[in-house]
Design a protein around this ligand. Structure first.
Ligand code: GLC
Length: 738
């Protein structure tokens, strides 16, 4: 008995020592270092240990893409990097120029217009996870993307980085991307908040817009990013809104983003987007980014120590001009981002240029490519159908990953359309001619090719004459005044004489298909004369493989346009109101089209677009059944269940992005004729029929009431329409909201 007694007591003692021991160890570890503590506890503890200088030091850049942590406490720095399509190569401490590393060539994913064109949120999740893994592997804890600014005109140089003209599509497609990135312990930084819908005069233009257009068109994707995507950071935009710069705009940042939407992340400025000290402190900015010193000395116009949220801020805090409460809010948000990323428990390790990433990039490209025209089944082209295929056009060989501004990438590889076609059809069946030139550098506006245009056309025509068919691969590229940051396009037309070349090719061989790489709509004077047109975006590293798979029919295209192609520039809403509406008078820009952006404008003004929003063909065909709802009368809290059959009535398997639009015919305010409120990409085998089901929250059919300053869902009739595009309504049904 004694012996057992002894054993029990000694085990108890041992246990006690163990518990005490562990406690004493954890007692030594401060809460902010303890991953088992809540983030809020860790923030509180870290704040209590930091000096005023250390807090201020966290609120501004220390180099081109990084900001200070707290070295004394072992709190790591914040390292950001571009961009939305892949992880940008390392640049010098304080220069835009490349650092020349040899381990930072990334996977280049398709541009976000291509992702949006897939109409498939699963693709967005895959995209976010993969690009997040690459950012994680490169030890970045903030990825400067996605961009979700609305496509307001076909001239905006950065449309290729965004998700089109419809706020609902942009919302659905950005949320999974953000979630995917952040699953890697990397913060997505959603940009550019807000109303940065052009590059012309972007650092100064003051946008004037109604509350309705702000809330119904330009904010929804950001709101979804915050409230559903749980974005950990947001980037303020360069432009002004109602007279205040958006990197420190009280209405946008304090009232709407932080107060109304309950955003608990970090607001960073765009680079050099901060212009006013008091506003930088008090209007909701948390982290001031920009460029200035070489990191060793203070040479450069504004050394980081002189940033608005640096020495001047510290001085103001010490003099009592600024409160430490506001400072603590900024620092808490930055600490929260750090504890969610670099200091989080079980943070994944990432992956870089993996086969899975290539596969994901290729699948997104394949699902985003849009077939705009295909007469007499010109496409697909089976591998053994023709002896000689002529491939014409500079874009068949030009890198479309480099250039375009901050989203430019140093890719590990890039399969060009020409190489993809040669791989697919064999080099004996492919002949190539450049046809036109688009300049040597990425920033050239003019052609500076040695060979002049006429001889290029002549050579191309020669091989077109003897080929069975011609694939023209052209469009825009990432040069300035095309699809690029800092400048908008100056015309809707294809540059470098491509229309002239296409006319010559058609004369030489009427079997000339047009493939366009671009992030923007272009005019197509030849649209009636060609048998096939493919909108092939910027597809990234896997471009040639995805492109060849679609051309050869290994993949059935299923992409749909995320923005309308106008027949002529003046058909575009913003352009139609003249200079004050776009690009503004140098000071002010008034979005006079208000809520009627994109197809909302074409519907209301009964203008026929060249190609409508939501349009895309397939190698098969689809038949839509009549739309039905689960009830006739709904209350505002209801979910409206919509259903209809969809049949693949063709001979090959395919996928269809079916859409549902909502109208309120007798609203008390002007409303668009219809608005996209649901879509689903449905995969169907040849002959297969499925019942497609979608849900619409009744409250999402509300309009923003400017007088009440809230969303209003009026009772009365609403009409729901299922459609294959904004211009191809299949059926409608009337319901009532009580
Ligand atoms: C640029 C862009 C922004 C980018 C940042 C860093 O000016 O506006 O999108 O992330 O600066 O390169």
């Amino acid at each position: 008995m004694k012996k057992n007694h002894f054993i029990v007591v000694s085990v108890l003692l041992l246990f006690l020592l163990l518990v005490l021991g562990v406690n004493s160890v954890s007692a030594q570890k401060p809460a902010y270092l303890d991953v088992n503590q809540s983030i809020e506890k860790r923030i509180e503890n870290a704040l209590s240990l930091m000096t005023l200088e250390e807090k201020v030091a966290m609120c501004h850049a220390q180099s081109k893409f990084s900001s200070r942590g707290v070295p004394r406490l072992g709190i790591p720095e914040v390292w950001t990097d571009d961009g939305p399509h892949g992880v940008r190569e390392e640049v010098l401490w304080d220069k835009w120029s490349a650092a020349g590393w040899t381990n930072d060539s990334c996977t280049a994913f398709p541009a976000l217009t291509c992702l949006a064109a897939s109409f498939n949120p699963q693709m967005s999740l895959n995209y976010g996870k993969a690009i997040g893994e690459e950012a994680r592997y490169r030890n970045k804890n903030m990825l400067l993307g996605p961009g979700v600014n609305i496509y307001r005109t076909p001239l905006n140089g950065r449309n290729f980085e965004y998700m089109g003209e419809d706020p609902y599509l942009a919302s659905r497609m950005c949320v999974p991307y953000i979630q995917g990135v952040q699953q890697n312990g990397v913060a997505a930084c959603v940009k550019h908040f807000a109303l940065n819908n052009q590059e012309t005069n972007r650092r100064a233009i003051n946008v004037e817009i109604s509350d309705r257009a702000l809330h119904e068109i330009y904010l929804p994707a950001f709101k979804a990013a915050v409230q559903e995507g749980n974005a950990w950071s947001i980037m303020g935009s360069y432009n002004k809104f109602r007279g205040e710069y958006n990197c420190h705009n009280d209405l946008l940042l304090n009232k709407i983003l932080k107060n109304d939407w309950k955003f608990d992340g970090v607001v960073i400025s765009d680079w050099g987007g901060v212009h006013n000290g008091d506003q930088a402190v008090n209007n909701g900015l948390d982290l001031e980014m920009g460029t200035s010193t070489n990191g060793f000395t203070t040479d450069g116009t504004t050394p980081y120590s002189q940033y608005f949220l640096a020495a001047p801020y510290l001085k103001g805090l010490k003099s009592g001009k600024y409160t430490e409460t506001v400072l603590n809010d900024k620092v808490s948000r930055i600490l929260r981002l750090i504890f969610r990323t670099t200091m989080s428990a079980n943070r994944p390790f990432g992956k870089f240029v993996s086969p899975e990433h290539s596969e994901i990039a290729r699948k997104i490209a394949e699902e985003g490519i849009v077939l705009l025209k295909n007469e007499n089944e010109f496409l697909p082209i089976p591998v053994d159908k023709y002896k000689k295929i002529a491939v014409i056009g500079k874009n068949a060989i030009k890198s479309l990953i480099v250039g375009g501004g901050s989203s430019s990438l140093k890719a590990a590889y890039e399969v060009s359309p020409l190489n993809g076609l040669i791989k697919k059809y064999g080099k004996d069946h492919i002949v190539y001619s450049k046809g036109y030139d688009s300049g040597k550098t990425e920033y050239s506006k003019e052609i500076n090719s040695k060979v002049n245009a006429d001889s290029l056309i002549k050579a191309a025509v020669e091989i077109a004459k003897t080929a069975d068919i011609v694939l023209f691969v052209g469009g825009l590229n990432k040069s300035k005044f095309q699809d690029s940051e800092t400048a908008d396009r100056e015309s809707l037309d294809l540059p470098f004489g491509q229309d002239k070349l296409i006319a010559a090719l058609l004369k030489a061989n009427k079997n000339t298909a047009i493939i366009l790489n671009s992030g923007n709509a272009v005019s197509m004077p030849w649209v009636k004369d060609v048998p096939a047109i493919v909108q092939a975006w910027y597809l990234g590293s896997e471009a040639g493989n995805a492109f060849a798979n679609v051309i050869a029919g290994d993949i059935n295209p299923s992409g749909k346009l995320p923005f309308s192609f106008p027949k002529k520039l003046e058909d575009n809403a913003a352009i139609s109101f003249g200079q004050i509406s776009y690009p503004g008078d140098g000071e002010i820009e008034k979005y006079k089209e208000d809520i009627l952006v994109g197809y909302r404008w074409f519907d209301t003004k009964k203008i026929t677009p060249l190609f409508p929003f939501g349009f895309g063909l397939s190698y098969t065909s689809f038949e839509y059944g009549k739309i039905a709802t689960d009830k006739k009368v709904y209350s505002s809290d209801d979910l409206i269940k919509v259903s209809f059959t969809l049949k693949n009535s063709g001979k090959v398997d395919g996928a269809e992005a079916a859409q549902v639009y909502v109208s309120q015919p007798k609203a008390s305010v002007v409303r668009p004729l219809k608005e996209l409120k649901a879509f689903k990409k449905v995969f169907l085998k040849a002959g297969e029929i499925q019942t497609v089901e979608m849900e619409i929250k009744a409250k999402d059919m509300a309009f923003y009431n400017e007088n009440a300053k809230e969303w209003t869902l009026e009772s009365g009739e609403f009409i729901l329409r299922n459609a294959a595009s904004a211009a191809d309504v299949k059926s409608s049904i009337s319901i009532s909201i009580k």
